[in-house]
Design a protein around this ligand. Structure first.
Ligand code: SF4
Ligand code: SF4
Length: 70
C-alpha cells in the first residue's frame, strides 16, 4: 500500500532543533545529516507519516509542512 502522507522541509528555515522528530508519534522523522546551505541538521522521513500534523504545528520556525499525496 502506498503512503498517503509525507512531509516537506524548508532547509533554509529549519534550525535543526529536533522538536518535530521528538514529537512525531510514529517515529517517522530522524535528524539525518547536515544541510550544507545552513549547517543545521534537517529532519528526514524514514517511517510512515499518518498526517497528524503535530510536527508542523510544533515547529518553531514553520519549516515543515505535511502533504497529502494524490
Ligand atoms: S521542528 Fe522545525 S526547525 Fe526544528 S528540526 Fe523540525 S523542521 Fe527543523
Ligand atoms: S504529520 Fe504526524 S506522523 Fe507525520 S511526520 Fe508529522 S508528526 Fe509524524
Amino acid at each position: 500500500m502506498s503512503k498517503v502522507f509525507t512531509v516537506e522541509v524548508n532547509g533554509l528555515l529549519c534550525k535543526g532543533c529536533g522538536i518535530c522528530s521528538e514529537i512525531c508519534p510514529r517515529g517517522a522523522l530522524v535528524m539525518d545529516g547536515v544541510n550544507s546551505e545552513t549547517g543545521y541538521p534537517n529532519p528526514k522521513i524514514v517511517g510512515e507519516c499518518v498526517g497528524c500534523k503535530l510536527c508542523m504545528w510544533f515547529c518553531p520556525d514553520q519549516a515543515i509542512v505535511v502533504i497529502k499525496k494524490g
